[in-house]
Ligand binder design. Sequence first.
Ligand code: FAD
Length: 119
Amino acid sequence: MSKMVNETLKAELGRSAWRLLHTMAGKFPVEPTVDEQEAMRDFVYLFARLYPCGDCARHFKVVLEANPPDVTTRETISNWACKVHNVVNERLKKPIFDCAKLAETWKCGCAENEEEASS
Ligand code: FAD
């Protein structure tokens, strides 16, 4: 099996993964239950553990150690995701994102609650 790194696919994976993380954070309950907080925390650590790009996952685990996810509210987890993405941006020499623009950037295209979703 080829060990050649395909940077295009790796970047595409990254964009998809960040989209999932930021949109999940943006849809996290404003006032989550303890169970929802635990689910988000578990997701973040499993995401880091199972992320398919090995080097990225290794680096991201170090980022997580210094920046554990703050699952208190939708706002805290959204800002946390923005912060850790910026840590990765910095390492990759990419522009730092303005976290005030989170809501306008990340929209999932889905309804805010189940009643709306089923209508
Ligand atoms: P991306 O960084 O993918 O960002 C996509 C879009 O998100 C941007 O266009 C912008 O609109 C928005 N955005 C940017 N910053 C933020 C922010 N802070 N908060 C919210 N939104 C933002 N690649 C490597 O080469 N080496 C690595 O070690 C590596 N580690 C990674 C670790 C993780 C956990 C993930 C998910 C990805 C990693 N990647 C890594 C991929 C890398 O971060 C990029 O996804 C990839 O290089 C594509 O970059 P991009 O410039 O298209 O924008």
